[in-house]
Design a protein around this ligand. Sequence first.
Ligand code: ATP
Length: 437
Amino acid sequence: MAKKTDDKMDRLVSLCKRRGYVFPSSEIYGGLNSCWDYGPLGAELKRNIKTFWWEAMTARRDDVEGLDAAILMHPQVWVTSGHVAEFHDPLVDCRQCKARFRADEVAGKTRCPKCGNETLTEARQFNLMFKTFMGPVEDSTAVVYMRPETAQGIYVNFLNVKNSSRQKVPFGIAQIGKAFRNEITPGNFIFRTREFEQMEMQYFIHPSEDDKWFEYWREQRWNWYMELGIRKEKIRWHEHGQGELAHYAKKAYDIEYEFPFGWKELEGVHNRTDFDLSRHQQATGKDLGYMDDKYKDKFIPYIIETSAGCDRTLLTVLVDAYDEDPSRGDKSTVLRLSPKIAPIKAAVFPLVNKDGMPEIAEKIYHDLKKKFKVFYDDGGSVGRRYARMDEAGCPFCITIDGQTKEDDTVTIRDRDSMVQTRHKIGELEGIIAERMK
Ligand code: ATP
């Protein structure tokens, strides 16, 4: 039985472990700081979020192509992009207890927040890129970086994608993939980790149209979170002021979510101007300019970037869906995940394990399994089975009872309203598909 704590995040973390959403990495060895593994339900949920993003951002669009670039890239890419010189966080150490802080966390403080001594060092710059070596010799000529963002894989493939897909500006390239940052203070569960997945799209445009496309993509991305089922009052825009803007950005907005630990960034929408392609053109000597019948002048495309974190989105949907509903009695936790992304779409229960009910239930289960991820459960009282499914975020429970043999009907119990309705077995597939829309 999970320990009850006052902290909603603690209870969510405990639910994630209990139901198989997220486990600490290498747990039987004591875990590895800030690394997490997705369990059976977490892996499904993550896959569903990625599919939902991929479909909205590329598969259902004519103007965005997909890409899956390698994590390891030519090391010069990171020099050109500015990451070797500038991808730093200022780091402050405590000489006494050896704790480390990002400088902004201890700004204005003279004492260490951990041990209380006046033993904080001056800030020093710390590069966030992970380094490794390619090939058998571990010297400086063999250094390669684990990419800290997926975007550069897109920029260096601009010509390849444009030429092979015959896209014309404006068009975009979308990619989902792992990124690595040696964060000084990871934490808040999967919010900030050192290994994470990004969902990024870079849209190449004529410089004169940057405001139009920037606003267009802001609207698209906001709507995506709405379609994902995130509560509107829990998200907001944050515009980067002059002091906050990254060196490459002309304009930047973050979409923020109100987590139990405060308003935090979910995704950035940036106008990166022609910074990236100009730099890569200069470094490689390759012509990354663009011209066609529509735009007679030759130009380096501007880029509007939408950069979201997959793990952060997953945390957001879990936090947003997590609810404790006392009207459900002792077992009160319910994950109100949108049916679009819920890992299990429906559960099938025989009311009792006799009178022909299991046979009918198994047939329904096997038929539905061809279309959706469904779960069969015949253990314990129906109330307990509903409670388990509520906690797992399963939106619909189908129960086969005494009436089923008489008229071929079953009940569907809705997770959120707890209302049960009767339907013909033959209608089940259509009803679930409809409610998933
Ligand atoms: P933050 O200010 O939170 O460090 P950032 O501004 O550095 O984020 P970007 O470089 O714009 O983030 O990355 C785009 C997205 O990638 C972020 O909005 C976030 O969703 C995700 N992301 C970035 N760093 C991490 C991390 N360490 N762990 C999990 N997700 C991350």
